[in-house]
Design a protein around this ligand. Structure first.
Ligand SMILES: COc1cccc(CC(=N)NC(=O)c2cccnc2OC2CCNCC2)c1
Length: 389
């Protein structure tokens, strides 16, 4: 009863845990395209499907507004993700994207957008297997339409549209436990503006700590310290691709980025994604890379503040500069750009800098999932080389 939808889907089932006879890899074979349901799934009669063209400013505004008012909140319902319109355009239109995978649900009579779900194509490596997948994100049902069981039919519809493009696997994350996580990550926060974070209830003043002592504790230098540390530019794409591919090869699950992917996902876009690299002043070789994306949160019910400016650690590679120093420079840049907090998951080698750089543990977990692909044993977060938006 608890997972009555997910128990019907080709995903790792809890009852299969520990059954080492089940092979790793696809759970179901592809279906002949002629056997994929050609028409959309049925919706309750008051609603209709509506493919959303994110490049249309008025549609993008509708999606932005739906998410701003109805998307994911923290466990204490004090904050809600507030993805910007520019971020949504970036996140949903990578190389090879399918417009039909940006799926809305509208009220037939009013045309009001009341639900949304998206997919984007990605090439993910799972151990030694490079698999074409859909990355599913932004599943959102208007608060007033919850428990109408809209989410299962939206998941089936995006799956149908993904199948029509001959793609049979997917990746997604959730803050809730579903059948069955391939990895469970913890998130950590590094205060950059501790006074505001305490004022809005994101952080609490430590025991035996004064506000001025807390501000001093989190103080950062005004300038980065690594020689050759600079913003990434278009001309760096080939070298950054080589550096990143070499680094991500060490993880069990990671994106199989090519230069077009790196150009889209890692070239700086103001207020969306920031990326920096270390160019050796002597050899001009690119030895290190760090990046973060911008995902503000609305602050619900606070008299003095409406928004939290948050940076989320994205992909980082250190081959010459110690990871601690590289990430501290990322914190310094985020502080320079007036971010309130820098967030990171305990994936890849992040555990090596979290405590040292004064990150505190968050109160929740982020679970990673694969659709129609079995991994025999859940991965430790440090085996995960994948960061979803
Ligand atoms: C501070 O405002 C929040 C507003 C909504 C939810 C949360 C807690 C939370 N659920 N955080 C995360 O999922 C998270 C924490 C650290 C790094 N990435 C994260 O999620 C990313 C990746 C998955 N899609 C959402 C953004 C915090």
């Amino acid at each position: 009863q608890k997972h009555r939808f997910w128990e019907t889907q080709p995903v790792g089932q809890f009852k299969d845990l520990g059954d080492s006879s089940l092979p790793e890899g696809p759970i179901e074979p592809p279906t002949p395209l002629s056997d994929v349901k050609p028409e959309p799934y049925g919706l309750p009669s008051a609603y209709e499907w509506s493919t959303c063209d994110i490049s249309d400013p008025s549609v993008c505004l509708e999606v932005y507004t739906l998410l701003t008012n109805n998307y994911v909140e923290d466990d204490e319902n004090m904050f809600r993700f507030n993805y910007s319109k520019e971020f949504l355009q970036w996140a949903l239109r990578p190389p090879g994207f399918f417009p039909s995978w940006h799926i809305g649900v509208r009220v037939k009579s009013t045309k009001k957008l009341v639900a949304f779900i998206t997919g984007i194509p990605a090439r993910l490596r799972v151990r030694d297997d490079v698999v074409r997948m859909a990355e599913i994100n932004f599943l959102c049902v208007h608060k007033k339409l919850r428990s109408k069981r809209l989410a299962p039919v939206m998941i089936k519809e995006v799956t149908r549209r993904v199948h029509l493009e001959n793609i049979w696997q997917a990746a997604y994350t959730a803050g809730v436990v579903l059948p069955t996580p391939i990895a469970t990550c913890r998130y950590w926060h590094r205060s950059l503006n501790p006074k505001k974070l305490i004022d809005v209830g994101f952080s609490r003043l430590g025991a035996r700590m004064t506000m001025s002592r807390t501000i001093r504790l989190y103080k950062l230098p005004d300038a980065t310290v690594t020689p050759g540390f600079r913003k990434m530019e278009l001309r760096d794409v080939p070298e950054v691709t080589r550096l990143l591919r070499g680094y991500l090869a060490r993880f069990a699950v990671a994106p199989d980025f090519d230069e077009d992917d790196v150009e889209h996902w890692l070239l700086p876009v103001e207020n969306v994604v920031d990326s920096f690299l270390v160019e050796s002043p002597v050899t001009h070789e690119i030895t290190d890379f760090c990046s973060f994306y911008t995902l503000p949160s609305s602050i619900l019910n606070n008299p003095n503040y409406t928004g939290l400016k948050a940076a989320y650690s994205y992909y980082n590679v250190s081959t010459k500069t110690p990871l601690l120093q590289l990430m501290n420079d990322a914190l310094i840049v985020a502080k320079q750009k007036d971010y309130d907090v820098f967030n990171a998951l305990d994936v890849m080698e992040n555990e090596g800098f979290l405590k040292e750089l004064k990150f505190g543990p968050g109160d929740g977990q982020l679970h990673y999932y694969l659709y129609n692909y079995r991994i025999r044993n859940a991965l430790h977060p440090l085996e995960l080389g994948l960061v979803l938006l």
